[in-house]
Design a protein around this ligand. Structure first.
Ligand SMILES: *[C@@H]1O[C@H](CO)[C@@H](O)[C@H](O)[C@H]1NC(C)=O
Ligand SMILES: *[C@@H]1O[C@H](CO)[C@@H](O)[C@H](O)[C@H]1NC(C)=O
Ligand SMILES: *[C@@H]1O[C@H](CO)[C@@H](O)[C@H](O)[C@H]1NC(C)=O
Ligand SMILES: *[C@@H]1O[C@H](CO)[C@@H](O)[C@H](O)[C@H]1NC(C)=O
Ligand SMILES: *[C@@H]1O[C@H](CO)[C@@H](O)[C@H](O)[C@H]1NC(C)=O
Ligand SMILES: *[C@@H]1O[C@H](CO)[C@@H](O)[C@H](O)[C@H]1NC(C)=O
Ligand SMILES: *[C@@H]1O[C@H](CO)[C@@H](O)[C@H](O)[C@H]1NC(C)=O
Length: 347
């Protein structure tokens, strides 16, 4: 009798233990799954990488963004937060697009200083009249195409700002750019170390009418566009201490310039931040199409160069924005937060 009772007791004991463990497991699984779907932006399964500096590992850093979002607060910054530069050739078919870029980048003054690298005095004069700064192109490679690193080094030599960035001349930004940079600047722990902030553009037909100095209009119009290839990146914003001096002499406007900047940063253990969710970067797609660099001579210039110098092939699965260690996002209240990005195995 007693033995039987003990048996029943033992039976229930074991049963409850098993169901407890099962419940824990299921709870963990569902929590984990929720986590994946919530943080999944580019269909990247959640997985924390051990590859990078672990200073900020598993920390979800929230911004105190109340003061950042209203336009008036960012009017108070003294030196520009960003020196944003580009370079283009005088080309009739691109005139409309570039004219909008000139208006759009100038809109952000005094927070952003727009700079055009050109040796064309006529083009320089037009842009200077529109409030841009002009710098000569000191280093070019094949067919006079600018070498990326010297644009950064020259910009840093001539202008003071917290960040320095290159973007193609057909990219229109919204004010998410300034707000995102202001948020990142508040994390002094992060930006004291070198940082790369990069993102994917939204392709849309340049014939769709829009107003390049009306931020609400840009947001609305961007809904008609489509996020570009996740293997690409269209702007590269770095801090002054980013080791541009070490960078290979890759050029703009040719394949894989984007992938190598990201891969180089990963290899140098630089904090890479994916700012796609909080920055609208409209690419005004013209007749030349979205793969413009593919139609140019020496289109593989950059990948051939990296293969020669580093003896490696650039793995685009690794060297993409989705493999950035951090990602920006809007909170429910419209503030910007910075958090770890879930990384896939390919990263
Ligand atoms: C971004 O924020 C929204 C709410 O504002 C949330 O639903 C979404 O899951 C967040 N994305 C990530 C990657 O955390
Ligand atoms: C370029 O922009 C300026 C200023 O908005 C405008 O006056 C001019 O007409 C534009 N030119 C073209 C060709 O769109
Ligand atoms: C542009 O001008 C600078 C000096 O102003 C010169 O050093 C450089 O070689 C020129 N670049 C090109 C591509 O002509
Ligand atoms: C940048 O700032 C430093 C110190 O704040 C100053 O010494 C330097 O002259 C400035 N450079 C430019 C180009 O304004
Ligand atoms: C954006 O602005 C353009 C030019 O002012 C206008 O034609 C268009 O209707 C606007 N679009 C939206 C969605 O507000
Ligand atoms: C574009 O938007 C700005 C700011 O809202 C406004 O001042 C300007 O008149 C608009 N331009 C056109 C052509 O609608
Ligand atoms: C660039 O392309 C031209 C024409 O196709 C070729 O003659 C030249 O060797 C190429 N230069 C480099 C550095 O690849």
């Amino acid at each position: 009798m007693w033995c039987q009772r003990k048996g029943i007791f033992l039976f229930f004991y074991i049963l409850s233990t098993i169901s407890f463990i099962l419940t824990c497991f299921l709870l963990y699984k569902s929590a984990h799954r929720d986590n994946v779907s919530n943080t999944n932006i580019y269909n990247v399964p959640a997985m924390t990488s051990d590859k990078f500096v672990d200073k900020f590992r598993n920390t979800k850093v929230k911004s105190e963004a109340e003061t950042l979002i209203s336009a008036t607060s960012w009017m108070k910054t003294e030196t520009p937060i960003l020196t944003l530069f580009t370079s283009w050739l005088h080309r009739q078919d691109k005139y409309v697009v570039q004219n909008r870029t000139v208006q759009n980048w100038k809109y952000f003054w005094p927070h952003i200083r727009p700079v055009l690298f050109t040796n064309d005095t006529e083009l320089g004069d037009i842009c200077r009249q529109q409030g841009w700064s002009i710098l000569p192109l000191t280093h070019t490679a094949i067919e006079g195409v600018p070498v990326v690193k010297y644009m950064y080094l020259d910009a840093m030599l001539h202008f003071n700002s917290t960040f320095y960035g290159f973007a193609n001349s057909d990219i229109i930004f919204n004010d998410g750019l300034v707000n995102t940079l202001l948020t990142i600047r508040r994390f002094t722990d992060i930006y004291r170390d070198p940082v790369l902030i990069t993102g994917i553009r939204i392709n849309f037909d340049y014939k769709i009418p829009y107003n390049a100095t009306d931020m609400k209009n840009i947001s609305k119009v961007s809904e008609k566009g489509k996020l570009a290839n996740p293997m690409s990146a269209d702007y590269f914003i770095t801090t002054r201490n980013y080791p541009w001096w070490k960078m290979e002499e890759i050029v703009i406007g040719r394949f894989q310039v984007d992938n190598w900047i990201i891969r180089f940063s990963q290899l140098e253990k630089i904090f890479v931040i994916n700012s796609t969710p909080t920055v609208i970067a409209l690419h005004q797609t013209t007749e030349a199409g979205i793969l413009e660099s593919g139609s140019k001579p020496n289109k593989s210039y950059n990948s051939v160069l990296i293969q020669e110098v580093r003896k490696i092939k650039i793995n685009t699965q690794q060297a993409r924005v989705g493999c950035a260690e951090f990602v920006t996002n809007f909170t429910k209240h419209g503030h910007i937060e910075l958090m770890r990005q879930p990384l896939s195995k390919q990263c």
